[in-house]
Structure formats: structure tokens, C-alpha cells
Design a protein around this ligand. Structure first.
Ligand code: ZN
Ligand code: ZN
Length: 407
């Protein structure tokens, strides 16, 4: 054995032992979480084995086959859990854009944990960090700083990104039940996987005509659905800073994309969200569909949540003003392009797009209270907006229901 090998081995063994223990206990950091976070980016191959297995297990479909029940279970669980990621991990725990009771909060955390994207506190800590450092070198998953692959999947395999910094999410870390769920984040996904397998076994015995087996329910309902769910969510970290339009001149490169909105139930309006993070909806206008917001609105009718925060009128006006400027610029571009045409039929080609663009510009301008900010310098990260509400008392529930958490 060479000197270099014998020197590396103890370090490797201790890191592997730590990683194995962290499969069970996410907060296990023998050298201290601060030290781990200070390390350079490095893939922790032992720690990410469950994540690798999640992907590889999808290929088991070759052996278990498929049935309508199994496939529809996978589709349903994708959307039910995407709603949990966007409506709970993101719009509740990360930004506190609505209120709930302490019991309601625990129920939401359990629901979000089925997404198998670590605990709500880990998720919120990293997401708040992203807003504070979007697209600067500190941002753990900026495609502009680290490249597409790292922003999409690489960053979550890095050892330094595994610990949760509870000191940065004190408003959440004061609830021991949330810390417990965050620490043992494998428990809920394990229960979900076993329940799906058990359901499949039951169907096999009691409804054999469906052709559904325990293996199918496990592979389709858990492994395939969860893998798609991860990549759908990860698109926001990678694609939403690369693909789409920028309505607001934020300091980062966040974008609005209708396609990403369909995949993520409303998170595609990412440029809107980076402009103003404290409202419950990401689609700011009626024509920007936001299924997560519609779902949260319906949940509020049940009394489970309340105090959904609206988009301020000043932000809505600012967006209309920005759209107006974009329309005028499009009209000018169309006119310039048409002027270069020497064909006889160029008149129509010139008049129609210009007239249309001018009409749109005029219509949108007429409904806007034009603010002063849109043509100015890039909008700076407003951390007071981001954490708005985190240190203020929650709104009172509509009825004399359970006590709201002191958020
Ligand atoms: Zn956010
Ligand atoms: Zn972003």
C-alpha cells in the first residue's frame, strides 16, 4: 500500500461512516455542520446512494410491468406532491406567504415530506439562501455560476449542502416536531413506499382483475413518480434562470416560463417571484395560471390555512408598465424590419404587426398607474420583502380556531 493510499484511507472511512449514519440521521455531523458547510463542493458518493437507487429502481419497470392503476397512481402522486413542494416547502416554509395553526403546520410538513426532497427546514434554509444570493458566486445552484448540470442535480450531491443551518431559520427551528421531521427525513418516504407496496399486494388479492401488483405500485407510485417529481422541481433551479422572459429587471437572471409553470403547477413565473416573494401567488395576473395558488385558495376555504397574502398594487402596476415598454419595443422592431422589405406586399406586412403591437401597448398602458421604477437600474434584492412576515405575528384565523404558530 502506498503512503498516499494509507494517508487517504482513514479520512475516506470516516467520511463514509458519517455518510452512512446520515442516511438515518440527517443532522449527524461529528466534525460540526459549520466545518462541513465550509468545505469546497465535492460529491459525497456514499451519502447520495439512496438518490442513485431512486433513479436506478425506475428500471425495475422492465420486470414489474404496468397497469392503469399503477400508472395513474404515479401521475396523481406527482401532482399531489408537486403541490406540496410548491405550496408548502416553498410558499409556506420558505416564504410564509400564508398562516396556519401549529397542528396544521405539522400536517403540512408531513405532506411535504412525502415529496422525498429532504425536510421542510432543509428546503427552506437553502431556498432563502438562494434568494439572498441569486446568481452570485454564493448561490448553491445558479446555472450561470456553476453550469446547468450542477444547478439541476449536482449541488444536492455536494457534501457541504447536506446540513441544515438552523440558525438561519430560527422562525422554523423553534418547533421541535419540525426539527425531528427534518432530522429523520427518510421516515415519511419510507412509510409512503411501504404503503404503496402494501396497497398493491392488497389489490393483487382482492381485485386481481386490475392486474396490479405490489411491485408495480412501488415502482410506479414511488420510484418513477418521485424521480419525475425531483426533476420537475429541479427545473426551477436550473431552467427558470435560463429559459423564458424577464418582465422585471431583477439583479438575478430569473425568468417567467409558461412551460415550466405547467410542469411545476405555477412556479414557472419565477421572475415575478424573484421580484416579490411575500405574496401567495406567483402568477401575478389573471392570465398567468397558477394551480398552486388555486389549490391554496381552496385549502383556505377548509380553515386549514388563512391569511393568503396578495400581490401589492404597486408591484402589479410596475409589471404592467414593464409589459407596456416591451410592447412598444416590439412594435419598433417590427417597423424597422418591415422598412427594409422592398416587396410590393410589404405594406401589409408592415402595417399589421405594427398596428397590433401598438394596440396592445396602448391597451395595457391605459390600465396602468405608471410607476417610476421600471426603466431605472436593476431591482436590487429586497431582503425585507423576502423575510416579510417572518418576524411579525401571524394573522388571526377567521374563526376562533386553534392558535396560530408564532411565525
Ligand atoms: Zn422563493
Ligand atoms: Zn431562482
Amino acid at each position: 500500500m502506498s503512503d498516499s493510499t494509507s494517508a487517504l484511507r482513514p479520512g475516506f472511512l470516516s467520511r463514509a461512516t458519517t455518510a452512512l449514519t446520515q442516511w438515518i440521521d440527517s443532522d449527524y455531523c461529528p466534525d460540526g455542520a459549520d466545518k462541513m458547510r465550509a468545505e469546497p463542493d465535492r460529491v459525497d458518493f456514499v451519502r447520495v446512494m439512496p438518490f442513485v437507487v431512486l433513479h436506478l429502481a425506475c428500471f425495475a419497470v422492465i420486470w414489474v410491468g404496468w397497469s392503469p392503476v399503477a400508472v395513474w397512481t404515479a401521475v396523481a402522486l406527482y401532482f399531489i406532491r408537486m403541490f406540496a413542494v410548491t405550496g408548502i416547502h416553498h410558499r409556506y416554509f420558505s416564504h410564509k406567504t400564508y398562516s396556519t395553526s401549529r397542528g396544521g403546520q405539522f400536517f403540512l410538513a408531513l405532506w411535504a415530506a412525502t415529496a422525498t426532497q429532504r425536510g421542510s427546514l432543509w428546503w427552506a434554509y437553502h431556498h432563502r439562501h438562494h434568494h439572498q444570493h441569486s446568481d452570485d458566486p454564493e448561490d448553491a445552484h445558479s446555472p450561470h455560476v456553476h453550469g446547468f448540470l450542477w444547478s439541476h442535480i449536482g449541488w444536492i450531491t455536494s457534501r457541504r449542502n447536506f446540513p441544515t443551518d438552523y440558525t438561519k431559520i430560527k422562525d422554523l427551528a423553534k418547533f421541535p416536531e419540525l426539527v425531528w421531521l427534518n432530522r429523520f427525513d427518510l421516515c415519511v418516504p419510507l412509510v409512503l413506499a411501504l404503503s404503496l407496496y402494501g396497497t398493491g399486494i392488497a389489490l393483487e388479492h382482492f381485485a386481481p382483475g386490475l392486474g396490479t401488483t405490489g411491485g408495480q405500485m412501488l415502482v410506479w407510485g414511488f420510484f418513477i413518480s418521485t424521480t419525475f417529481l425531483f426533476h420537475g422541481t429541479a427545473c426551477i433551479n436550473s431552467m427558470a434562470h435560463l429559459m423564458g422572459k424577464r418582465r422585471f429587471k431583477t439583479e438575478d437572471d430569473s425568468r417567467n416560463s409558461f412551460i415550466l409553470t405547467l410542469i411545476t403547477l405555477g412556479e414557472g413565473w419565477h421572475n415575478n417571484h424573484h421580484r416579490y416573494q411575500s405574496c401567495t401567488r406567483n402568477g401575478f395576473y389573471w392570465w398567468e395560471i397558477d394551480p398552486t395558488y388555486y389549490g391554496l385558495k381552496m385549502l383556505s376555504w377548509t380553515g386549514l390555512i388563512w391569511g393568503l397574502k396578495p400581490v401589492p398594487q404597486s408591484i402589479l402596476d410596475e409589471g404592467i408598465h414593464a409589459d407596456h415598454h416591451a410592447s412598444v419595443a416590439a412594435a419598433a422592431t417590427a417597423r424597422a424590419a418591415s422598412a427594409q422589405s422592398s416587396h410590393d406586399y410589404a405594406t401589409l406586412r408592415r402595417v399589421v404587426p405594427v398596428a397590433t403591437a401598438m394596440a396592445v401597448a396602448t391597451a395595457t398602458a391605459s390600465s396602468a398607474n405608471l410607476p417610476k421604477k421600471a426603466d431605472g437600474p436593476a431591482i436590487r434584492k429586497d431582503l425585507s420583502e423576502e423575510t416579510h412576515g417572518l418576524n411579525t405575528p401571524p394573522t388571526t384565523p377567521p374563526t376562533a380556531g386553534p392558535q396560530a404558530p408564532a411565525a
